[in-house]
Every structure is written in structure tokens, then in C-alpha cells.
Design a protein. Structure first.
Length: 135
């Protein structure tokens, strides 16, 4: 065990997830037009939503790397994974319905991995850690 009782596996998983979310956050901010195309029509202020999701991903990634905010970041990133699922469905419907975008090879894993990604965020953030005895 390292880092206050954290296993090497959890540490590796936490750092990996933080890097994935940091990269996604940067992409949301620097390639916003690509993300605007997949925002469902019912989402108000799509450009602001894309920017906010990028900032949320960066904040979650940073939070995973701190002891103080790790658990909250795990919960927030799990909720985030659930909240962006409609955009992922919208993207798949558009691409597969028009035949102009990415195929099932991209969309199937993206859709089916959403729940495991939410679980990963909870696990990496320590949401499943046993309670420590009080002193």
C-alpha cells in the first residue's frame, strides 16, 4: 500500500483516468466545433456547454490527483459520465443514420463503456474505500 493506504493498482488507475479526462478537457476547449455537432438540440447554449464540460473534465482530473478532492472528483466524474451519455447517443445516431461519420467500431465501445467509466471514476476516487476507524 502507498499514499495513505492506496494500492499501486488504484494509484495507476487514478493517474490514468486523470490523464484521459485531462486530454478530453483540453480537446473540448481547443476543438470545440467538433463537439458542438454532437450536442443534443435540447441543450441550451451549446457552446457554453462544451466549454463547461471541458473545464469540468480538467477540474475532475486535477481533483483526482489530490488527497483532499479525490473522492469528490471521483463522484463528480462518475456523474459527468452519466450526464454526457445523451450527447454520445446523439453522436452515434447522427453518424450511423447519415453514414457520414464514424461507424459502429467507434460508437459501440463508446456507448457500452460509459458505465464502466463511471465505475472507474468512483473506484479511482476512493468511493469504494472502506471507512477508516475513528480515533
Amino acid at each position: 500500500m502507498i499514499d495513505g493506504g492506496e494500492s499501486r493498482g488504484r494509484r495507476w488507475g487514478r493517474w490514468t483516468l486523470a490523464l484521459v479526462y485531462a486530454a478530453a478537457g483540453v480537446l473540448h476547449l481547443v476543438a470545440a466545433p467538433a463537439f458542438l455537432r454532437i450536442v443534443p438540440a435540447w441543450v441550451p447554449y451549446p457552446a457554453a456547454a462544451v466549454a463547461a464540460t471541458g473545464v469540468a473534465e480538467l477540474a475532475g482530473a486535477a481533483g483526482l490527483l489530490t488527497m483532499r478532492f479525490r473522492r469528490a472528483a471521483g463522484w463528480a466524474l462518475a456523474a459527468y459520465a452519466v450526464c454526457v451519455f445523451p450527447a454520445n447517443v446523439q453522436h452515434a445516431v447522427h453518424d450511423l443514420g447519415t453514414g457520414t461519420g464514424l461507424g459502429w467500431w467507434y460508437h459501440a465501445p463508446r456507448l457500452f463503456l460509459q458505465a464502466p467509466i463511471a465505475w472507474w471514476a468512483l473506484w479511482a476516487g476512493g468511493a469504494f474505500a472502506s471507512a477508516r476507524p475513528s480515533s
